[in-house]
Structure formats: structure tokens, C-alpha cells
Design a protein around this ligand. Sequence first.
Ligand SMILES: N/C(=N\S(N)(=O)=O)N1CCCC1
Ligand SMILES: [Zn+2]
Length: 260
Amino acid sequence: KGNHWGYGQENGPDVWHKNYPVALGSRQSPIDIPRQVSHDPSLGPIVLDYDHCTSINISNNGHSVVVYFDDTDDRSVIHGGPLENPYRLKQFHFHWGGKGCDGSEHTVAGNSYASELHLVHWNAVKYKSFDHAAAAPDGLAVVGIFLETGDDHRWLHTITDAMYMVKYKGSVTDFKGFNPKCLLPSSLHYWTYLGSLTTPPLHESVTWILLKDPIAVSEKQLGKFRLLQFTGEEEDQRSRMENNFRPPQPLKGRRIRSSN
Ligand SMILES: N/C(=N\S(N)(=O)=O)N1CCCC1
Ligand SMILES: [Zn+2]
């Protein structure tokens, strides 16, 4: 087993470029969102059509906790905003910090949030599979939602309650009938820019749509994320899954646009 990428001292974001040279590319994510962003009146609202969405399962892939969706048809798509096609929901996952530490990937005027939720979509109009789309400059669209600590989130507990079933890397369990619309903040105002996957293979294929308003989750709920392990059940060294975020990358002249 080679030195697989991770978030540790030896295999973390600072050395990913050794196996994934695109890590030093010109449209890497995440980034810091500056205080002043140019407002683009031509940017319409983002529309999330998740009414017939079908979650399949929840799993621990050794880097995050992931909920997968049936993406064999257009039943859960996002469209509008900066997007020229509808993009199909494939999965969502989270990035978070350690106890009392922030763990979002994008930052806003240098400030981090406790966690960040990513809803990953792919352009099934132009590409025949997720993997093909993931390698194309307009292949993916990821909606990012910031999580800040506050009151308990009414619907997040369905996800945190399932986490004890996927504690170890490689575990998966049924997770049907979950609609991520319940995780959206009240406003869909957003920032958008062209970037990349924030984990290897770091493909520069993502149109990022970051919602400005965070959702509130309790410290207790966030604590359940940290019960997950990076390692498999059979591995002797245990390692708590936390701080699974890549820090902001150079903007390299990119334009960030703001919806109204
Ligand atoms: N890095 C990723 N998403 S993210 N963190 O950029 O939203 N992914 C890797 C494979 C599928 C999604
Ligand atoms: Zn992510």
C-alpha cells in the first residue's frame, strides 16, 4: 500500500503535489473569499430540484463521511446561477476541525467556519459518467454550505445518528429517503468561481457555488463527526477523523462573482 494521501503530517495537503502535480495549478480550491466581491446582476438564482431525490447509503471512505445518491436519471439536479446545464446530485460529504477548532475549507475574509458541507453534482448533459465529468473543466458543480456552532440542527441528527454504523474506513450502511434540502440555509445568495476538487485527484473541473449564509449545528452534533475514524477496523493504530480540510489556495487572478 503506497503512501496514500491524507491529512497527516506525512501525507497531508502540503505534499499532495508530489503525486498530484495539479495541486500547484491555476484554479485550485478552496480559496479565501475576500470582503469585497464583484456583484454580477446577470447571475440568476441557483435552483435545487431535489424533490424526488433518492439517497442510497452513507459511508466512511477514510477521508470523510459520504451520502451517495441514485444519479441514473435527472431526479435530483441543480440548475440556474452560473450553470449552463443541469447538474446531477451524486453525493454529499463534510469537512470539519478538531474539538473547539474550525474546519471549513473555504474561508470568508480570512475567517473559518466550524465545518463545510459539499453537495457534489456532475454535468450529465455533456458527459457520460461522473468520472468523465470529473476530468472536464465544466464537469462538476459543488454547492458549499458553511456550518457554524449554535443550536442543534433539527435534521442533522439523522446523519449523525447513522455515523456509529460507519465508524471505520470502508464501512457503508443503507441511508434511504434523506433529502439534503433540509440542510440548506434560509437564503440561497452565493459566491461563485471556477476551481477544483479539494482532495486528490484535485481535478480542475469544479464550478463552485458557495452559499453565503451558514447553517447552525450544535457542538454535540459536531462531536459525533469526530467519533469517525480515518482508519479501518482491522488497523491497529486508531486515528480520529478530524481536521480533514485543505487550507485556502492561491487565487491566481481568478474572478469571484456574487449573486445579489
Ligand atoms: N474532493 C471531492 N469533492 S470536494 N471536496 O472537492 O467537494 N471529491 C473527490 C471525489 C468526489 C468528490
Ligand atoms: Zn469536499
